[in-house]
Design a protein. Structure first.
Length: 529
């Protein structure tokens, strides 16, 4: 199942392992059981520290059901289950989740910092979580890997990844129409992409936390020449260029890669004919790691302000009130998906409202869906979905589609796609379990119409992530940070780069260049002014 190149890579990665790790599988008569065993045995062949073995009478009790023949296994560390379970065969995007979970089990690879570990361990147990995924979903591995890490770090935490292809009855019973879907006690508590910080906050609300000794005061995490806020293409570039100039540099990011993690095919990064978002994000992280850059990942900046006692310094405060100080700050926080903001949208996320056609499109095979947004993202989504679903209706607020003409022409050639322009979405209608219809206004006649459908994919652009500095620097009417030709903002010592700024053309390659420019401008100002 695994080719020689992948095996060679795994051999190198697993050289770090110090303790034995067992992959314990449930005996099964399922037709796909042989595929699972082939994968597990191939992994075993790459390290003497990895053992594959069947569950026996004493260990079968760790599986939810012996009657269910779905291929499944769990990870055993130092002779005991460590809370990580896989139901299905974790191939595709989830193969990486399995490999990372093996390394993390032995405390190898990248793990959360001590602050996040403390929050994880403070969750009230017992905790049992199921995450329903699709092997084609690009957002699912982030959630699976985060919950697997939490299972490793918490003494009473069980997480099971479930490939929805094997559990259609459960999918239907739970009303799941999107992935990843996180389920606790047979209730879906979240569906769709979610970052580590927000996921942990969700679990703190769901399971509550243990009483703990409160910190007496916020922790000062260091003084730096440059702090880069944001870990996408602009942030990575800014951090690398700052470090190369000899500046003491820190990078704060909710996740390395940022919005690029959700990009499927990238064909316009010059000299790289084709790559995908998660792969590019991995390369950014690898490049950053080659330099002495202090990384604060899975952290969110709450506020940035000038130091009252020293005008040469800025203070960067995290949500937990810990803080950094810096002589210069580069805002590279990018943008986030814009929501419709209409009734029914939030209530039906994961139950008919979706943002990722690649992840959730397969749930609507043969059904009728709407795509909201006539820009490049919306038209591309409609084209992709047209090959999966029964029919697509594309909604655009303006009188004409805004997408590139080549995409529009391709869209118009598809027989199962219809286009509605001058249409304002008003209300998403559901039956309490899933979406049933979309109400919209014809802007020309002002008549209200209702379209019965099964799913709605929202593709209406991005909002700049300006929150930490929105009261400190000048913004334009779109909320973008106003910068000059050297990425300086209206506040001395604060620079900005990439999609969060007024720079035209939101492209990866432009963001990388802008990040480099911001770092060079900060170096110039710190050195010669």
């Amino acid at each position: 199942m695994l080719d020689s190149q992948i095996k060679q890579q795994l051999e190198g990665a697993f050289q770090q392992l110090e303790n034995e790790i067992s992959l314990v599988y449930k005996p099964s008569s399922h037709k796909d059981q042989s595929q699972l065993l082939e994968m597990l045995n191939d992994i075993q062949s790459t390290s003497s520290k990895i053992l594959v073995k069947p569950a026996i009478s004493d260990t079968l009790k760790y599986f939810e059901s012996i009657v269910d023949t779905t291929p499944e296994f769990y990870i055993e560390y130092k002779g005991k289950p460590n809370g990580i379970y896989f139901k299905g065969i974790p191939g595709g995007h989830e193969f990486t989740s399995l490999i990372i979970s093996i390394l993390n089990s032995d405390q190898k690879g990248k793990l959360p910092d001590k602050h996040l570990i403390s929050r994880i361990q403070n969750l009230k147990g017992p905790i049992e979580i199921k995450t329903f995924i699709s092997l084609t979903c690009e957002n699912c591995p982030d959630v699976v890997q985060a919950l697997n890490q939490m299972a490793i770090l918490h003494p009473d935490f069980k997480h099971q990844m479930i490939d929805g292809a094997y559990t259609q009855d459960q999918i239907e019973k739970l009303g799941i129409q999107g992935v990843p879907s996180i389920v606790v006690n047979n209730k879906m508590i979240h569906s769709g992409r979610i970052n580590f910080i927000d996921l942990l906050s969700l679990l703190e609300k769901t399971f509550e936390t243990q009483p703990k000794k409160l910190k007496t005061e916020p922790e000062h995490l260091g003084l730096f020449d440059v702090v880069v806020v944001g870990g996408g293409p602009a942030g990575a570039s800014a951090a690398i260029y700052s470090a190369r100039k000899g500046l003491k540099t820190a990078l704060v990011a909710e996740r390395i890669g940022g919005q690029v993690q959700e990009t499927k095919g990238i064909e316009n990064l010059i000299s790289v004919p084709y790559t995908e978002g998660p792969q590019l994000a991995g390369h950014l992280a690898q490049h950053i790691s080659l330099y002495p850059i202090k990384i604060f990942e899975h952290r969110r900046v709450a506020e940035i302000f000038n130091d009252k006692n020293d005008t040469t310094k800025k203070k960067i405060t995290f949500e937990d009130q810990d803080f950094l100080e810096s002589k210069a700050i580069i805002m590279a926080t990018g943008a986030r998906w814009r929501e419709l903001g209409i009734p029914g949208e939030k209530e039906y996320i994961g139950r008919g409202v979706a943002f990722c056609p690649h992840c959730d499109g397969p749930f609507y095979k043969g059904k009728k869906v709407a795509v909201i947004g006539g820009g490049n993202s919306g038209v591309e989504a409609a084209i992709d979905l047209a090959g999966i679903v029964g029919s697509v209706v594309l909604f655009e607020f303006q009188e004409q589609l805004k997408a590139d003409s080549v995409l529009v022409e391709k869209l118009k050639k598809l027989s199962n796609v219809s286009i509605l322009t001058s249409a304002r979405t008003v209300n998403i209608i559901g039956d309490g379990q899933k979406v049933k219809a979309l109400e919209f206004e014809d802007r020309k006649t002002q008549n209200l119409n209702t379209l019965e459908l099964d799913g709605i994919f929202v593709q209406i652009g991005l909002l700049p992530n300006n929150q930490p500095v929105k009261n400190l620097v000048e913004l334009n009417k779109f909320g973008e940070i106003v910068i000059d030709n050297k990425c300086r903002t209206t506040t001395p010592g604060i620079y900005a780069a990439g999609d969060v700024t007024t720079v035209p053309y939101k492209q990866i390659i432009i963001s990388m260049g802008e990040g480099a420019k911001a770092a060079l401008a900060a170096f110039e100002d710190l050195t010669f002014k």
